[in-house]
Design a protein around this ligand. Structure first.
Ligand SMILES: Cc1cc2nc3c(=O)[nH]c(=O)nc-3n(C[C@H](O)[C@H](O)[C@H](O)COP(=O)(O)OP(=O)(O)OC[C@H]3O[C@@H](n4cnc5c(N)ncnc54)[C@H](O)[C@@H]3O)c2cc1C
Length: 499
């Protein structure tokens, strides 16, 4: 028997759930096919929520946030078991399942469990155990099958000693020594989590910096904190030539022939789209060589009835954007005029230790594009809230155009970075300038207040530029910092100094 829907969604992660809910909210008859027993995809089951919960758990058990603050020497709870470590993760994941299931029910979305693949341009077959395939037709399809860790053939994954970011959640014991291969977001996050628990972590990265997409000062701050505070051995600019497993131990050979021995190797160097089993050729949908589906600006594939969103289309591969892409795609598919595009001001959060977040253009990228920019920076160590909570290494940074002081980017390193970043994100979205931060009153004492001081710093840097331009050949030092009168850049109203 054939079933027909207005919309058939394949994949029950963030993109699938939100795309389905968006169409159902506007009265469409929607089904959602998910092969796993529980919804939520990588975000709930293997990625975002588990890793963020484990980070909190690790910080709690290690007392890392408090270390050095009260004259008490905090140590990792000595008899910590995997059960202790995973307890909170289970509770949070179960609550996320309930929340999604409630959302799907509330929108009267038909849930179908099974593995879906196209049998024609408008027909999908759903396979479940030994049951006969269920045939679904629909006016519109949304592909939201996400991504999976890349498994190079020369890496001996066994789910026990050599694991990927999915398997790491089911380790039977916390390793004593861990090698993390890959200095991207997932590698850096897990390196920090395990190091906080007292595991001896070595992080190997093929590139010369961690998190290459960040400004160099952010990436350096992360490396320093990982090394100094967490004791992680960070090896940059080095490939891995072999991974060998002998019993319960792995030996990782680096390009310079050095060997690192560990109880566990976490390989997280790349992901690929879950497209192979979808039978996309039958539907006229194309992918690139990493299995990512090709779409236009409306998230539409070459088959105008089939849309794709989330990790399956590649960059930026975040739960936050996956949801919004799917909503926008469904508004286009059903001509809902409710949303027309995903905002181009996308916050980007990395839950390393320390936390890092960015939005808009980075300083290095802006300069690389030839945009004349200046920055303003303020350190948490100069902020009373930073002192209270013991975050003395964190900072906020604003990137703005010299010509009109419009904020075009911002970043935060340190406690609460991924929350704080939404303040400059809103200012960028609304086309604001440094003046927003100068005029705004922030609660005191808060880390948010650091943005005001970053704006003052930006004005002072502008003033220095003006002074330098006026006296190009003078070797007279600029006025001593403390005595410098308030900034008076021609482009700015009299700057208020940093009182
Ligand atoms: C360790 C880790 C940490 C992360 N941290 C963050 C973070 O902090 N913030 C953030 O925004 N993002 C984070 N992400 C990324 C985030 O998890 C993904 O961007 C997000 O889950 C993508 O959502 P999606 O709906 O596109 O795909 P997924 O969440 O992968 O969901 C796809 C679903 O499709 C199902 N499926 C696949 N094929 C089929 C089929 N043929 N038939 C039926 N069902 C199928 C799968 O079972 C799965 O449930 C992290 C990812 C990882 C791995």
């Amino acid at each position: 028997m054939q079933e027909h829907y207005d919309l058939c969604v394949i994949g029950g992660g963030p993109a699938g759930e939100k795309g389905a809910a968006q169409a159902a909210y506007f009265g469409k008859k929607v089904c959602l096919i998910e092969r796993a027993a529980k919804p939520g995809g990588a975000a709930v089951n293997t990625g975002t929520i588990p890793s963020k919960t484990l980070r909190e758990t690790a910080l709690y058990f290690s007392g890392l946030r408090q270390r050095g603050m009260y004259g008490v020497d905090y140590r990792v709870k000595s008899d910590l078991t995997v059960g202790d470590f995973m307890y909170r993760e289970r509770a949070v994941v179960e609550s996320a399942w309930q929340h999604i299931e409630h959302n799907l029910e509330r929108h009267r979305i038909t849930r179908i469990q099974g593995q879906a693949h196209f049998t024609g341009p408008g027909t999908v077959a759903v396979m479940r155990f030994k049951e006969a395939p269920r045939e679904i037709t629909a006016d519109v399809f949304l592909l939201a099958t996400g991504s999976r860790p890349t498994h190079p053939s020369d890496v001996p994954f066994d789910g026990r000693v050599v694991v990927d970011s999915d398997d790491v959640l089911s380790l039977s014991a916390i390793p004593r020594r861990l090698v993390v291969i890959g200095g991207g977001v997932i590698g850096c996050e897990y390196a920090g989590i395990f190091a906080a628990l007292g595991v001896r972590v070595t992080l190997v990265n093929a590139k010369e910096r961690l998190l290459m997409q960040l400004d160099a000062d952010l990436s350096d701050a992360l490396r320093q904190e990982m090394t100094r505070r967490l004791g992680i051995q960070v090896i940059l600019d080095s490939g891995v030539t072999a991974i060998r497993v002998d019993g319960d131990l792995a030996t990782v050979t680096l390009t310079d022939s050095r060997e690192v021995v560990a109880d566990c190797v976490l390989y997280c160097a790349g992901r690929e789209g879950n497209a192979q089993e979808l039978g996309l050729a039958a539907a006229g949908v194309r992918t690139n060589d990493r299995g990512f589906v090709l779409v236009d600006t409306h998230f539409r594939t070459p088959n105008p009835r089939i849309y794709a969103a989330g990790d399956l289309i590649g960059f930026p591969a975040l739960a936050s954007t996956a949801m919004e892409q799917a909503r926008v795609a469904m508004c286009h598919a059903f001509d809902l005029k409710y949303k027309t595009a995903v905002s181009n001001v996308l916050p980007y959060g990395v839950w390393t230790v320390p936390e890092i977040a960015t939005v808009g253009l980075g300083e290095d990228d802006a300069r690389g594009q030839g945009i004349k920019v200046e920055i303003g920076k303020a350190w948490f160590r100069d902020n009373p809230r930073g002192q209270i909570i013991g975050d003395t290494e964190g900072f906020v940074k604003l990137v703005f155009r010299v010509s009109d002081q419009t904020i075009i980017g911002a970043s935060v390193v340190g406690e609460g970075a991924c929350e704080l970043i939404h303040i400059p994100a809103a200012v960028i979205q609304l086309g604001g300038t440094l003046d927003y931060f100068i005029q705004c009153v922030f609660n005191y004492p808060t880390l948010s207040d650091a943005f005001k001081y970053a704006a003052y710093d930006g004005l002072q840097r502008l003033q220095k530029r003006v002074s330098a331009a006026m006296e190009p050949r003078s070797h007279t030092p600029l006025a001593t910092r403390g005595a410098t009168p308030p900034g008076t850049s021609p482009a700015t109203p009299a700057a208020p100094g940093t009182a």
